[in-house]
Ligand binder design. Structure first.
Ligand code: UDP
Ligand code: MG
Length: 140
């Protein structure tokens, strides 16, 4: 399989808890190359836009509040089968269901405050990468 790229976020809970370094180490140990990385802070319109697919869900207002509460780290990650492998490295959305050794098992404190984000398909990966990064950023 050829190299693929995906989009990742270290969410505000993990940045505030100073877990970003350990999460980045887990990402590199899982075989990803960090193509691009920056710390930023989402505005409310940005958070609503990024999570627009969930706008009708009951958890949407809480999610937007959470994602805007503090700085996040956005990343472009590259490896073979990157989208699936990053989802696997993150673990299940609800940390109660996350497998041993995953980021969410280790750091997430609830189904909402779950430490990391990862794209779920090739189309969403490209849309999400473009939400934050330019072509030049993604040269690696
Ligand atoms: N979320 C939540 N309550 C839920 C489901 C999801 O607060 O019942 C939040 C959580 O932060 C999650 C994000 O909304 O990561 C996006 O949900 P999704 O189902 O896409 O999960 P993910 O793709 O992040 O595993
Ligand atoms: Mg999702």
């Amino acid at each position: 399989m050829s190299l693929e790229r995906t989009f990742a976020i270290v969410k505000p809970d993990a940045v505030a808890a100073r877990q970003a370094g350990e999460i980045l180490a887990m990402i590199e140990k899982a075989g990803f190359r960090i193509l691009s990385l920056r710390m930023t802070r989402l505005t409310e319109p940005q958070a609503k836009g990024f999570y627009a697919v969930h706008c009708e869900k009951p958890f949407f207002p809480g999610l937007v509040k959470f994602m805007t509460e503090g700085p996040i780290i956005v990343m472009a990650l590259e490896r073979e089968d990157a989208i699936r492998k990053w989802r696997e490295t993150m673990g299940a959305t609800n940390p109660a269901n996350a497998a041993e050794g995953t980021i969410r098992k280790r750091f997430a404190t609830s189904i909402e405050r779950n430490s990391v984000h990862g794209s779920d398909a090739p189309e969403t990966a490209e849309t999400e990468l473009r939400f934050f990064f330019s072509t030049a950023d993604l040269l690696g």
